[in-house]
Design a protein around this ligand. Structure first.
Ligand code: KG4
Ligand code: ZN
Length: 327
C-alpha cells in the first residue's frame, strides 16, 4: 500500500518539514534559525520556540508544494516528540497533531536520535542487523538495530556529547556558533603539528562508552597555555575522532551487515574519512549531503516505518525532552 507521510522537526534550532512516499524522499525544507541565535553564542530556548511558531506554517506549505502533494493526499503525519527543548518540541507536536486531526489521518511522535539513523536509509537500503553511531549536539550513542524499529543501546557518552564538546572548544577558541563546522575548518587549515593533547581512555568497564569532557578540558588548558587555536582545533578533532572510531569498531561485530554513522557530527569530513579508511566500501553508510544535521526527511522516513507498522500516537501524547533511544 502506498503511504505518503509529512515529517516535522522542531526539537532544537531548525524548523523543518519533509515529505516521504514509500520510503523515498519527495521534498525536504529546513528553515535555519542560526542567525537569530548567533549573537548569544548558542541556542536560546525561548527564541527557538518563538521562531518555530513563525516558521512552521510556511515551512510545511513549502515542503508540500515542492513535493507536489496536496494536504488531502497525505496518509499520515510524523513529528519529533523528543529528545529536545520542551517549548520547541511543543510547536511541532501541536502543529502535527492539529493538522492530522483536521485531515482525519493518523499521526505518530518519533524519537529524534533514532530518526538520525533513518536519514542514512535515504542514501542506502538498510541491511540488518546494523550498528549505528549517532553523534550529535545532544547525544553520542551506539545503537544496534535488529530491524527498522527494533533497537538495543550498546553504549553512550558518560558526560558531554561529541558535538557539545566540539561546540564548547570552538567557543573557547573564539569561533562563532555553531562551532563544530568552524572547528573542522580551522583544524583543516593547520599545516603543522597539532597541540599535545591526551588520548581518551576509559576503563574495561566501559568498552563501548564515550567520554569527551576530559579532552575538552585539556584543549581549553592547552589554549590557555598559549597553543594556537588552529593547533588546538587540529589535536582536539584528531583525538575526538580516534576515540569515536576505535570505540565504534570495537562494538562492530562480524554479524553487523553495515555501520551507519549519523547525527550532526557525521557531517565532519575527517570523521567520515577515518571510518572509510578503516572499513571496506559499502560497509559504512552516512546520511545524504545536508542530512547529517537536523532535518525533517529523517523524521518522515522513520514516521513512514512506524505508520506502515500500524504504530500511531494518541492525541494526549506529550513531548519527552529527555527520552533516550529506547523503545
Ligand atoms: O544532529 P544535530 O544537528 O543536532 C542535535 O540533534 O544535537 O547536531 C548538531 C551538532 C552541533 O554540535 C554541531 O556543532 C555538530 O553537530 N556539527 C559538527 C559538524 N557539523 C555539525 N561537528 C563537527 N564537525 C562538523 N562538520
Ligand atoms: Zn539532531
Amino acid at each position: 500500500m502506498s503511504l505518503t507521510v509529512l515529517g516535522i522537526e522542531t526539537s532544537c534550532d531548525e524548523t523543518a518539514a519533509a515529505v516521504v512516499r514509500d520510503g523515498g524522499l519527495l521534498s525536504s525544507v529546513i528553515a535555519s534559525q542560526v542567525a537569530q541565535h548567533r549573537p548569544f553564542g548558542g541556542v536560546v530556548p525561548e527564541i527557538a520556540s518563538r521562531q518555530h511558531l513563525e516558521l512552521i506554517q510556511p515551512t510545511v506549505e513549502e515542503a508540500l508544494s515542492l513535493a507536489g502533494v496536496a494536504k488531502g493526499a497525505l496518509d499520515g503525519v510524523a513529528f519529533t516528540n523528543g529528545p529536545g527543548l520542551l517549548g520547541a518540541l511543543l510547536v511541532g507536536s501541536t502543529y502535527g497533531k492539529a493538522l492530522a486531526f483536521g485531515l482525519r489521518i493518523p499521526f505518530v511522535g518519533v524519537n529524534h536520535i533514532l530518526a538520525h539513523v533513518h536519514a542514512a536509509f535515504l542514501a542506502e537500503e538498510p541491511r540488518f542487523p546494523l550498528l549505528a553511531l549517532v553523534v550529535s549536539g545532544g547525544h553520542s550513542d551506539l545503537v544496534r538495530f535488529h530491524a527498522p524499529l527494533s533497537v538495543e543501546v550498546i553504549g553512550h557518552s558518560l558526560d558531554d556529547a561529541a558535538g557539545e564538546a566540539f561546540d564548547k572548544v570552538a567557543r573557547v577558541l573564539g569561533l562563532p556558533y555553531p562551532g563544530g563546522p568552524r572547528l573542522e575548518e580551522l583544524a583543516r587549515s593547520m599545516e603543522g603539528e597539532g597541540a599535545s593533547l591526551p588520548q581518551i581512555r576509559l576503563g574495561p568497564d566501559h568498552p563501548f562508552d564515550f567520554s569527551f569532557s576530559g579532552l575538552k578540558t585539556a584543549a581549553v588548558r592547552a589554549h590557555e597555555a598559549g597553543a594556537s587555536p588552529a593547533a588546538v582545533a587540529k589535536a582536539f578533532q584528531e583525538r575526538a575522532i580516534s576515540h569515536l572510531v576505535e570505540t565504534t569498531l570495537r562494538a562492530l561485530s562480524d554479524g553487523d551487515a553495515m555501520l551507519v554513522v549519523a547525527g550532526g557530527v557525521s557531517a565532519n569530513t575527517a570523521l567520515r574519512r577515518a571510518f572509510e579508511d578503516a572499513l571496506p566500501k559499502r560497509r559504512v553508510v552516512f546520511p545524504p549531503a545536508g542530512m547529517s544535521t537536523d532535518n525533517a526527511a529523517m523524521v518522515a522516513r522513520i514516521g513512514w516505518e512506524e505508520l506502515r507498522e500500524g504504530h500511531t500516537s494518541p492525541l494526549d501524547l506529550v513531548p519527552e525532552p529527555l527520552v533516550r533511544p529506547f523503545r
